[in-house]
Ligand binder design. Structure first.
Ligand SMILES: *Cc1c(COP(=O)(O)O)cnc(C)c1O
Length: 377
């Protein structure tokens, strides 16, 4: 694991590290495999922000967002909790010597309908509608079940983009459910405000500002619960950590020119290119195949001078599958086989390992370089 960690100079930019890693990997490992660069300084800064901005909310990192072992170790050392979704994730976290009490595995309130603007898989797939909570609580009481709290998730990937108010509405609803539950004699111990927190990234993730979300959450908790210290408030941030901090670097292994004018892949000069890279939708780009409204952002690793013309192109994955298209339509200067491309905002895409691996020791799909810088932006 050590040799996956690289310490860089404060003056070095991520692109400099990418170029250096390409050279080093080629010289010392004879490798032109695709790899990731993850900025660990960003993670540390975000953990600090959480502690400073939301001191009353205990964060549990959603492991499925990116189960990278170095990232998990940093969270473990910085006293984060872990939100696990499978036995394998629980085992991974226990192997880091994390106290089981720091792992959370919970009535989930559906945030859809609480404001007009909520859409998206998290808010759609899980949770019970507000008008069913009384019935469910009574049912739980009759069945002698123990209900310990309320959780909600406002939705990932820009689902909350319209308004941070959804957190206020959900916390207000949670307060009413707490009252109903307590009236029935339940000891409510937990309010889980879920994930879906925004982060600045180069992909179209969310237009919400984290500071605004934080202010609304703090105000709502104060308004609804005041000094009620009888329960714990937790959150489950995932993509906010995983997504903006990671860059995928891939090599061009094939090229095809599409010269015919009128072809939708050709630009005005009649030139268009297909490029094939050594990664694809079955590995790093799985998430993009699942979330079609988010498109990867791609750039050449080599320095491009202003006067070099760019051409319309399509980027294909390396598999034999006909639908393995990574980017349908983008503009790049003419590239050649052996050249490198990098994709930003890819951190959360490295998730197939947590979803598919039956074995905890399965190999990573790609190399992973962890970048540590003392003054990370
Ligand atoms: C995926 C998930 C999260 C993390 O959501 P983000 O949108 O990545 O912040 C939190 N809680 C649960 C239960 C999840 O399944």
């Amino acid at each position: 694991m050590e040799d996956s960690i690289t310490v860089c100079q404060d003056t070095e930019e991520v692109i400099d590290v990418i170029r250096r890693m390409i050279t080093e990997r080629s010289l010392y490992q004879n490798s032109d495999d695709a790899f990731y660069v993850m900025d660990m300084g960003y993670q540390v800064k975000m953990v600090d922000q959480w502690k400073r901005l939301l001191p009353k909310v205990y964060p549990y990192y959603a492991v499925k967002a990116n189960p990278d072992p170095v990232l998990l170790q940093i969270f473990a050392k910085m006293n984060f909790g872990f939100d696990c979704a499978s036995l394998h994730e629980i085992q991974t976290i226990l192997n880091l010597n994390v106290q089981p009490s720091r792992i959370v595995l919970l009535l989930r309130l559906c945030t859809k309908g609480l404001t007009d603007s909520i859409t998206g898989p998290m808010a759609d797939k899980f949770g019970c509608p507000r008008n069913e909570t009384s019935h469910l609580l009574t049912l739980a009481k009759n069945l002698d079940l123990k209900v310990v709290g309320v959780s909600f998730h406002v939705g990932s990937l820009g689902a909350t983009a319209d308004s941070a108010e959804v957190y206020a509405r959900a916390i207000e609803a949670a307060k009413n459910i707490f009252s109903e539950g307590r009236a029935l004699g339940f000891d409510f111990e937990i309010l889980d405000i879920g994930g879906g927190f925004p982060a600045k990234t180069t992909v179209n993730y969310s237009t919400l500002d984290f500071n605004e979300v934080v202010n609304i959450i703090s105000m709502s908790l104060d308004n609804e619960f005041g000094n009620d210290g009888t329960f714990q408030v937790i959150a489950e941030p995932g993509l906010q950590f995983a997504m903006p901090s990671t860059v995928l670097v891939a090599n061009i292994i094939g090229k095809r020119r599409k010269p015919s004018k009128g072809d939708p892949m050709s630009d005005e000069s009649g030139m268009g290119f297909d490029y094939f890279i050594n990664d694809g939708i079955f590995t790093s780009f799985l998430k993009y195949a699942l979330v079609p409204d988010v498109t990867p952002v791609v750039k050449p690793v080599a320095q491009i001078y202003a006067n070099v013309p760019s051409h319309t192109c399509r980027i294909w994955g390396q598999s034999c599958a006909g639908n393995d298209v990574v980017v349908q339509n983008c503009k790049l200067p003419e590239m050649n086989v052996g050249d490198w491309l990098f994709f930003t905002g890819n951190g959360s895409l490295y998730t197939t390992r947590s979803i598919t691996s039956a074995s905890p020791t399965s190999n990573p799909l790609c190399g992973f370089v962890h970048l540590c810088k003392s003054d990370s932006e």
